[in-house]
Ligand binder design. Sequence first.
Ligand SMILES: *[C@@H]1O[C@H](CO)[C@@H](O)[C@H](O)[C@H]1NC(C)=O
Ligand SMILES: *[C@@H]1O[C@H](CO)[C@@H](O)[C@H](O)[C@H]1NC(C)=O
Length: 343
Amino acid sequence: MRSGRAAMLPKSSVKNDSMTSIVMLMVSLFACSYIAGRLWQDAEIRSQLIAIDPRISRQARDPISVDESLRLIQCKEQQKKLADTELELAAAKSQGYKPINKTLFQDHKLVVIGIFTSFSGQSRRASSRKSWIPNGPALKELESNKGIIIRYVIGRSSNRGDILDRQIDQENKETDDFLILENYVESDDNLTLKSKTFFSKVVNTWNADFYVKMDDNVGLSIDMVGSMLSSHLDKPRVYVGCMKSGTVVNDPNAQWYEPDWWKFGDEKSEYHRHAAGQVYGLSRSLAQYISINSAYLKEYKNEDVAVGAWMLSLDTVHIDDRHLCCAPNTVRIMLSGGVCWLQ
Ligand SMILES: *[C@@H]1O[C@H](CO)[C@@H](O)[C@H](O)[C@H]1NC(C)=O
Ligand SMILES: *[C@@H]1O[C@H](CO)[C@@H](O)[C@H](O)[C@H]1NC(C)=O
């Protein structure tokens, strides 16, 4: 299972290789400068000998200088490789790659559930804290006993440090259940970017088998989600949710208008199958894929369509779990065994 997962992180292993190659290149460069030093010494001695007896020049020069040039060429190549590898590593870092944190990897969790909330979500948060999210020590117990981490996910105000930010900081001081995305500016119009930022952040913060994104107006039965996800542990790249399709929104006046609608096909096309954004989960390797490639993943207007599009190009197991379907515009209805409700 572990090795299977490691095999699915191509970029990450490339970067581990990069680290190893940097170390190896450094060693060989050191060897190169040592050889260069020795060659220089030899050259000194040779020129002194030539000064004494010019015949030495003809005898000794050619074979040594070929050898010398070859080695110098080799050194130059190594230097270039080192510079290239360093560039590659810098590029990887700028795209969100972080070296593996060993401590983090020893502390293994089942799932991190991120509840996307907004500055106006205080009453929804209060209500879910009353209904399904454990508070205080119980939240920590859930983490240590069942490996389930739950956090409200929010960015920063566009007026950084203003009353909105301070209110969240204050609430978080009392509840300690926020994951604040410091480099994301909170906006209802940038939810795809929020998801990218979220998956990149959690995958580098907690070592979990799954990462779940959900909205703050739905609730979950934690036990149900725990056992549902555990039942998929044997599958390598899981994308689970309430799978839907739906007509592509090409009306510029509609709320979820997709400016790139024509990419999906002709007018009246359907979106590819994707998990409804209210609650869906990804295996670690898929979240890692988002984290590593986030600079290049297209931000379609609809967050759930965007994530579905990223997943569509990968070899994933799409799991349509109807327990995760919430009927729209319904108040506190519990569906199919009470997994999901709207509030
Ligand atoms: C590694 O993860 C642990 C646990 O989350 C954390 O305390 C520590 O600061 C991290 N180390 C680095 C270098 O990021
Ligand atoms: C969305 O995020 C991008 C990139 O940070 C930013 O340029 C843009 O202004 C944001 N849009 C809104 C509506 O906040």
